[in-house]
Design a protein around this ligand. Structure first.
Ligand code: ADP
Length: 232
């Protein structure tokens, strides 16, 4: 079953830049997919269209049965509940502890305290940070901060995890730790993962699905791919 389907998708920004041309794509439930391509090839635009930060100017984006472009603003929460997002720069709340950062969204949803506690501790265990619950973000390394951001993204057990250059600010060793965490989440929770990246070493080592974008066009979609030279 496909979790994501894109049909003839185009994205032209208001300034006239066309970021995506006639993109057709299907991603099945449970997949782990790298989106690669040079700077400006459209990777972030693709990710943004999946969580309705940007709307396609033409075509259809279907995520978990929802027609994302047609979704009314007041219904966007239905989409956002199905997915978690991780960014290059972590985006943690500096005045909240690790526990509070991960619990925040669940508190906003009005979940019971006991359920929040159970979910937060499970998510922190999954990213290997159960011993840091009381720390503040500035007391953690970059790799640890990114693991908190991942825990926050998966705490409500979304079907889809979107990652935009999650290892972009980390050294190769910390990057590999992040990849191990993501692989475990994909395997153990069955979460579909889509990750935009520049990191050739990671893509070549993990041998996952690879979608290659070049100047806004899909030039390759491989089941067990490598970082193609044409993507650089
Ligand atoms: P990547 O993530 O692969 O670096 P992006 O999706 O960020 O690529 O950008 C694709 C193209 O769209 C680039 O030419 C970029 O300058 C342009 N672009 C991205 N965001 C905007 C925006 N908000 N307004 C106008 N142009 C944009």
């Amino acid at each position: 079953m496909d979790l994501i389907r894109l049909k003839n998708v185009e994205k032209k920004y208001k300034n006239g830049v066309q970021a995506i041309y006639d993109l057709n794509l299907a991603i099945e439930k449970g997949a782990f997919v790298f989106v690669i391509g040079g700077s400006g090839s459209g990777k972030s635009t693709l990710i943004k269209m999946l969580y309705r930060e940007e709307k396609p100017t033409k075509g259809q984006v279907i995520v978990g049965g929802l027609d994302v472009a047609k979704l009314k603003n007041r219904k966007v929460y239905k989409l956002r509940r199905k997915l978690g997002i991780v960014f290059q720069d972590f985006r943690l709340l500096p005045k909240l502890t690790v526990y509070e950062n991960v619990a925040f969204a669940l508190e906003c949803l009005g979940e019971k305290k006991s359920i929040i506690r159970e979910k937060v501790l499970k998510a922190l265990e999954d990213v290997g940070l159960k011993n840091k619950v009381h720390s503040y973000p500035d007391q953690l390394s970059g790799g640890e901060q990114q693991r908190v951001a991942i825990a926050r993204a998966i705490v409500n057990d979304p079907k889809l995890l979107l990652c935009d250059e999650p290892t972009g600010n980390l050294d190769p060793e910390k990057s590999m730790e992040i990849m191990e965490v993501l692989e475990d989440i994909n395997k153990n929770r069955g979460t579909t993962i889509i990750m935009a990246t520049h990191d050739k070493e990671i893509v070549n080592k993990l041998k996952k699905q690879v979608i290659t974008l070049k100047e806004g066009r899909l030039v390759n979609h491989k089941k067990k791919g490598k970082y193609e030279d044409e993507a650089i």
